[in-house]
Design a protein around this ligand. Structure first.
Ligand code: ZN
Length: 961
């Protein structure tokens, strides 16, 4: 996995990775009844586990998911089958030949890493596709002929592929086509079966984990034991190879096999009798416990790092590591929860509480996505939530949902389902287009470029992961603990649950997520007393929900996020739940700096965004939706397959020149579905006007450049939005990644101006865009039709081309009269010494004012001493108010003069003072032991230091004594 720090590109996935099982919690686990242990601070892990009703036993019939499930089966899965047929099946064919001892080729594509096929974890794409196909077969077709036809195709294709997988398994159970068929990497190194289990930063155990999950799902869907048998043989090989010494004490670089082994353990218990599968979950626990331990005993030499969560024992973790790969982290945490469900390990539970708390409250985005940065696909720092470069891999959202489902299963608290629901409707569903044939890998929350989803990826972990999840979505709705029946999600559906001696048929009718009116028919075969627990979503913060049984209000007290209805249920009973769906304005935690002055909109479980497409193709990044604007919602059946939109008015345009306009917001999952891709899009929209830069002659100039990246904005450089710092891209930036060397930007003014200074505020993302190595200014000389360098103000002056971050770098120069000014910029290097590209947030040009004079400034100097006392520290405090129309750098100079009026000591300080602002400048020095006839003089010039000053005085001299 390439961990190299990169770039400012945000479009689609370049790295890696992975997945999730949604039908597995359905397994009937022994509830561990009547035990009660305290987990973490607030939670009690008591009286067994909540078991979800498997999707096979849930028939979905609604206005939202039914059509998505059908699209998944009719469009997405066949599309995925075509793709893996090209990219992965040939590897299994070659591996099969190798296992049989026949002449064979290598696996395809690895030498072309990144060019379309060939990743070290390519086998897992097939396994996830087979899992999706298995789930699709097991789903109730409800008589839909198109679905029935596809199910038949999937059965036939699975039959063919199962034989290929069986044939690719080595005699001792090993399964990885990469090593069986052999491969060459892109450095020309060759690997064969002899090299297996030598590189644990690669993905052998990850692929094996996905295979085991696939085998479990396939057995549960079809009852066919062929893949299960392959999985047992493989898991036995792992169990014989890895474990406490004298076995090998390695850990997988990419967690995944842990949860898979737990699911295999549960299935084996069901098939062969209780306890027969124990060795598999115990191996999972070994892999988890071994992380961060005994590293020098690992024979492979693989030592993981924070990226692989392999620095310290997992039970020592106090938070989700910032540098951890998001999917690896969420898979590991899920595996820990799965093990804890079996052995009730208190040490796992208390650490899971901390990990969950940190992940949810400091790292998760409003869409349920995790992993803020493409650099290492990592979780990133707490509260560091960039929007334009948010990575939020689709797999990471899926994994976060799965982790929360397992936590709900342990604790029975609805807050975990709140996150599961959030991921499903937002961070996950955005991963596929409405048509079902294009996918996302990374998911920004703000963009200003047209970026289509992709029809596949060279690193194709996300699409099949999404497919297997949608195919088994029904497994997230109902659950049971003893006699308690849980309704966790509101999706129109039917199921039958055994409670006591009764079979209870539940039929749910709703138009969720568009409205919150839900009806549940509860029909037991015989009247029975049992609790029905309805989850009240965490987004329903106002407490205005109502719950009725047969028209009568019932107690709506919340316990762990559920309303419990305890009664003797009889056939025909009806529960009605009303969840008012008001439009909510979400404010980010105040520690999330980039969302300051911004708001997100949510209605029910759906997070909204503004997209240029529904807003006359205007750049919605500039919209300001003020706090008091009235918002309305409206269902639009013809828009984006039917969505409820949010409407209101926004301020649009440039700061200080806003026009009121209507806006339309759509659910985030639905963005980027119009022919040419989404134009601009923003989730966290400004609700406060951004800090405003006073206009200069640049504000009306026409900008041009040698190159601007397609996702950046040349017009950002004079949009008059004040940056917070050099990383602030919230109001767009100019960038020229991945051009190196010299590039330029240019202003063409509306007429000739006389100019004498210019201010530039550099952009850097610390990756592909760095502070420049140098720059200069040239003006267009109309007389000779050539570009000429600007010149120093006078013979004492040097041009100052600053490259400092987080401030305006001001350059003053000898006045010129021109119609065009050009800024040449040479790219800087990153920390590794590699030349990168450059970027600008604002570039201002100041018209020369001949009276850069005392009259434009209010200057006041005072001293800490009333006389020159020998040996004392003299401190001169000067305040300067800039009454000019533009930013000016000023220099306060404190000089010590002897009796001959010769300067013998000097101290100075410079500050940049915005138009209208006041700054304080303190400077001074220690006085000599004899100060007879000495004087101290304070005066203020233009400029940033003595060498750059044009020596234009802007104050009268103040003298002591
Ligand atoms: Zn992925």
């Amino acid at each position: 996995m390439n961990k190299k720090k990169i770039i400012s590109i945000i479009v689609s996935g370049m790295f890696l990775f992975s997945s999730i099982p949604f039908n597995v919690s359905a397994v009937g686990i022994d509830g561990g009844k009547n035990i009660s242990i305290t987990a973490g601070v607030n939670q009690t892990y008591s009286n067994g586990l909540i078991n979800y009703v498997p999707f096979q036993n849930v028939k979905i019939n609604d206005n939202f998911w039914s059509s998505r499930i059908k699209t998944n089966i009719v469009v997405s899965i066949p599309h995925g089958i075509d793709k893996v047929t090209q990219t992965t099946i040939p590897n299994f064919v070659e591996a099969g030949k190798a296992v049989r001892g026949e002449a064979h080729g290598e696996v395809i594509g690895l030498a072309d890493f990144g060019k379309g096929n060939g990743m070290v974890f390519q086998d897992s794409d097939l396994y996830k596709m087979m899992e999706a196909m298995s789930n699709a077969i097991a789903m109730d077709s409800q008589g839909d002929q198109e679905i029935i036809a596809k199910q038949a195709e999937f059965k036939a294709k699975l039959n063919e592929w199962i034989s290929l997988v069986e044939a690719a398994q080595e005699k001792d159970g090993y399964l990885d086509t990469l090593y069986s068929a052999g491969y060459s990497d892109n450095q020309g190194n060759k690997f064969t079966i002899k090299d297996r289990f030598t590189n644990f930063s690669n993905h052998e155990l990850y692929c094996m984990g996905h295979f085991i999950e696939c085998a479990v799902a396939n057995y549960r869907a079809t009852g066919d034991k062929r893949l299960y048998n392959v999985a047992i043989k493989l898991a036995d090989l792992l169990d014989n190879t890895f474990g406490p010494s004298p076995k090998r004490t390695e850990v997988p670089g990419h967690p995944e096999v842990e949860k898979a082994l737990v699911y295999l353990s549960q299935l084996t218990d069901e098939i062969s009798g209780k306890g027969t599968g124990d060795k598999y979950w115990k191996l999972a626990k070994f892999f988890i416990d071994e992380r961060g331990k005994d590293k020098d005993k690992r024979t492979s030499g693989y030592n993981g790092d924070e990226y692989s969560i392999d620095v310290q024992p997992v039970t020592d973790l106090t938070k989700a590591p910032d540098g951890a790969h998001a999917v690896r982290a969420a898979f590991l945490f899920t595996g820990m929860a799965d093990v804890a469900k079996i052995n009730k390990d208190q040490s796992y539970l208390s650490v899971l509480d901390k990990l969950w708390d940190n992940l949810t409250n400091a790292k998760m985005y409003v869409t349920g996505g995790i992993g803020n940065t493409g650099s290492g696909e990592a979780l990133g720092k707490d509260y560091d939530h960039p929007n334009q470069t948010s990575y939020l891999e689709t797999c990471a959202s899926l994994a976060n949902g799965q982790f929360n489902k397992e936590m709900n299963s342990i604790y029975g608290d609805g807050e975990y389902v709140d996150i599961l629901e959030k991921t499903l409707y937002n961070g996950t569903l955005v991963g596929v287009n409405l048509k079902g044939d294009e996918f996302t890998y990374s998911n920004p929350l703000q963009t200003s470029v047209s970026s289509r989803r992709s029809d596949w990826f060279s690193c194709a972990c996300c699409p099949p992961n999404l497919m297997r999840t949608i195919a088994s979505i029904g497994g997230n709705i109902y659950a049971q603990k003893d006699d308690n029946v849980y309704v966790n999600l509101y999706i129109g559906s039917e199921t039958t649950i055994d409670v006591k001696a009764s079979k209870v048929k539940i039929k749910q009718t709703s138009n969720y997520p568009w409205d919150g009116n839900i009806t549940l028919s509860i029909d037991p075969t015989a009247a029975a007393s049992f609790p029905v627990k309805l989850r009240i979503p965490g987004w329903e913060t106002a407490g205005n929900y109502t719950v009725k049984v047969n028209g009568q209000d019932v107690d709506k007290t919340l316990d762990k996020g559920y309303v419990t209805i305890n009664r003797i249920w009889k056939a025909g009973d009806k529960v009605t739940l009303n969840l008012p769906m008001d439009i909510q304005r979400i404010k980010a935690d105040s520690r999330v700096a980039v969302d300051e002055g911004r708001v997100a909109f949510q209605r029910g479980p759906l997070v909204y965004c503004l997209e240029g497409t529904e807003n006359n193709n205007i750049d919605v990044n500039n919209y300001v939706i003020k706090k008091d604007v009235k918002l309305t919602s409206e269902y639009k059946p013809d828009l984006l397959n039917g969505v409820t939109v949010i409407k209101g008015t926004a301020q649009a345009g440039k700061p200080n020149d806003y026009k009121t306009t209507d806006f339309t917001a759509i659910p985030y999952y639905a963005w980027n579905n119009v022919k040419d891709g989404g134009t601009s899009m923003v989730v966290w929209v400004m609700d406060t006007e951004p800090p405003y830069v006073a206009p200069t002659i640049a504000s009306k100039a026409k900008a041009s450049t040698s190159y601007c990246s397609s996702w950046e904005h040349l017009d950002a450089i004079n949009n008059q939005c004040e940056p917070k710092d050099s990383h602030d891209r919230s109001n767009n930036v100019y960038g020229n990644w991945d051009k190196h060397g010299k590039q330029w930007v240019q202003y063409d003014f509306d007429k000739a101006y006389t100019i004498s200074s210019s201010d530039v505020y550099w952009f850097t993302d610390d990756g592909g865009i760095q502070l420049p190595s140098k720059w200069n200014l040239q003006y267009f000389d109309a007389a000779t039709s050539t570009w000429k360098d600007v010149e120093p103000v006078n013979q004492y002056h040097q041009l100052k081309y600053g490259v400092e971050p987080d401030k305006y770098n001001t350059c003053e120069f000898k006045t010129v009269t021109t119609t065009k000014l050009r800024l040449n910029v040479w790219a800087g290097k990153d920390q590794g010494g590699t030349e990168q590209s450059s970027g600008i947030i604002q570039w201002k040009v100041n018209e020369h004012s001949s009276d850069v004079s005392i009259d434009n400034f209010v200057v006041n100097s005072t001293f800490n001493l009333t006389s020159l006392q020998p040996g004392k520290i003299l401190d001169a405090k000067t305040t300067v108010t800039n009454n000019k129309g533009f930013t000016k750098s000023v220099l306060a100079i404190v000089g010590l003069y002897d009796g001959n009026d010769k300067m013998v000591n000097v101290s100075f300080i410079s500050k940049i003072i915005s138009a209208g602002a006041t700054e304080s400048l303190d400077a001074g020095f220690k006085l000599p032991s004899d100060t007879t006839n000495y004087k101290v003089k304070v005066f203020v010039w233009d400029g940033t230091d003595l060498s750059s000053s044009a020596m234009q005085p802007i104050s009268n001299m103040v003298t002591l004594p």
